[in-house]
Design a protein around this ligand. Structure first.
Ligand SMILES: [Zn+2]
Length: 494
């Protein structure tokens, strides 16, 4: 426990270190990871043929993708005892929830909302790293030895509300609290589908509340109605996994009177960042992870510019190495230093996933319509509880709207807001949008995640041939934009 405390507090000091010292830490860990992968993984040995583990640059390493890692899973993992077939059997059995795969690995899978789920194994020791980061860099209160001592006398009460039970990374990591962290923390783990969520939360009186943005927004409504009573003990609200819209943030903040800390992470790297304690973004844990914001061709984009995707390197998972692993999220890094005092690179915006975009047709070519067009419009529709945009035909959309209890939909106001956004992004006259009022919008029954962006018709089959690259829109970034040698996110200088 003392070792955990000292280690965690020293982790926090890294966030105030000069960039070059963090970069040196990052480089040392990357070399160790790549060396280990080349030695113990047949897949990476082949992939990095010709790479000298003691002398290479990050850019020398070819990116990896989910499809590849899943196809070669047994050759990717560095422990030959791990077999994909055994892992799948383990994950198929709900009785294994809360237990370790082969007695030593935390096993999980990503949700299918991004296509094929990725299977993940990591050493149980990694949960100590994740909890250490959560309790220091991801803490609304500044971590000090005094604060740690105070926590021993009065442990934090953390309530985690997930959408449903299962082997989702955000759930499994919380199930594996390291013994060393237990004296500091009491945990209540709930699923939104549990019948008595509100009563149990009221009884538990959490000091910290963590959940998906959609779940937190529902709880905010319960707090507004007076059923959920968490003040004044609640000190921290953390949003995970889903994109936190400006509207959801405002509603949660108003209901609980607290700044919402917005974590950005993926199942492949659950400690990628911690939500900032003063500002809307999240700080990349650049000593343990590398986040590269890149265009469609893996070239870095300048800070302040949205990328087409990100490449993530998890420097701590040696069992299943994720090195320059592609994730289709649209991320923008901040250009200015942060008010909170952390010097770690800050993610300014997470604009949804590339799966959160539609492809529409204009003059025989395809153009991306990002979900922000709808999202921004609904930021002004205060009477709306939830919405969902469905692409009915290539250039025709139906927006389904669920209104808050006791309120009326102001159709004219919403229409104007939608038209304004369509005009702003130059889609006016190009696409038609109908508004449809529905009684209830719920999560996707398959994945348990709520989807605001639904495209039953999907991307066009001849997309690559008829792609229109448009610099005015986040998405594929045209060449030339990156020529000024931007700083790579998550890699603070050299
Ligand atoms: Zn900050």
């Amino acid at each position: 426990m003392i070792r955990f405390t000292v280690r965690s507090l020293s982790m926090n000091r890294v966030s105030r270190m000069p960039e070059d010292r963090v970069a040196a830490l990052q480089r040392r860990r990357l070399r160790a990871l790549v060396g280990h992968a080349i030695q113990h993984s047949a897949f990476y040995r082949e992939r990095y043929r010709g790479i000298d583990p003691d002398r290479f640059e990050l850019e020398d390493l070819a990116p990896t993708s989910k499809g590849e890692l899943m196809a070669h899973f047994d050759r990717v993992v560095t422990d030959p005892e791990i077999r994909r077939a055994d892992l799948e059997r383990f994950l198929d059995d709900p009785n294994n929830e809360g237990t370790l795969f082969r007695g030593k690995y935390i096993a999980s899978h990503t949700s299918g909302s991004q296509g094929q789920p990725m299977l993940i194994v990591q050493d149980r020791g990694l949960s100590e790293l994740m909890f250490g980061l959560q309790m220091t860099r991801g803490n609304a209160r500044k971590p000090t030895p005094l604060e740690a001592a105070r926590r021993l006398c009065s442990p934090a009460r953390l309530a985690v509300v997930t959408l449903k039970r299962g082997f989702y990374p955000s759930a499994t990591v919380f199930q594996a609290i390291p013994a060393a962290a237990r004296p500091f923390l009491r945990l209540l783990w709930l699923s939104q589908t549990d019948p008595d969520v509100i009563d149990r939360l009221n009884a538990f009186r959490p000091t910290a509340l963590t959940g998906y943005a959609g779940v937190l927004e529902e709880l905010a409504l319960e707090a507004e109605s007076g059923r959920l009573r968490l003040s004044p003990e609640l000190q921290q609200v953390v949003s995970n996994s889903e994109v936190l819209t400006d509207r959801a943030r405002a509603r949660i903040q108003a209901a609980f009177g607290l700044h919402v800390m917005n974590n950005y992470a993926t199942g492949e790297c659950t400690f990628l960042s911690n939500g900032c304690r003063t500002d809307p973004g999240a700080h990349v844990n650049a000593d343990w992870a590398i986040l590269e914001v890149v265009d469609a061709d893996n070239r870095p984009v300048p800070v302040g510019t949205p990328g087409a995707k990100v490449l993530i390197t998890n420097l701590a998972n040696r069992t299943l190495p994720f090195i320059r692993y592609e994730v289709g999220d649209v991320v923008t890094m901040a250009t200015s230093p942060c008010r909170c005092g952390s010097r770690l690179p800050r993610i300014e915006r997470i604009d949804g996933r590339t799966a959160d975009t539609f492809w529409i047709e204009e003059g025989g070519r395809y153009r991306q319509l990002i979900s922000s067009v709808f999202k921004n419009a609904f930021d002004y529709a205060r009477e709306v509880r939830e919405w969902q945009a469905v692409q009915v035909e290539r250039n025709r959309f139906s927006v389904r709207v669920e209104v808050l209890p006791g309120q009326e939909l102001d159709r004219e106001h919403l229409r104007r807001a939608l038209d304004r956004q369509l005009e702003l992004y130059r889609f006016q006259g190009l696409v038609s949008v109908e508004v449809e009022r529905v009684d209830r919008l719920g999560p996707d029954p398959e994945t348990g995640k709520f989807r605001r962006i639904v495209s039953p018709i999907g991307p066009p089959k001849d997309l690559e041939q008829r792609l229109r690259v448009d610099p005015a829109h986040p998405g594929p970034i045209p060449s030339g934009v990156t020529s000024r040698g931007p700083r790579r996110a998550g890699s603070p200088g050299r």
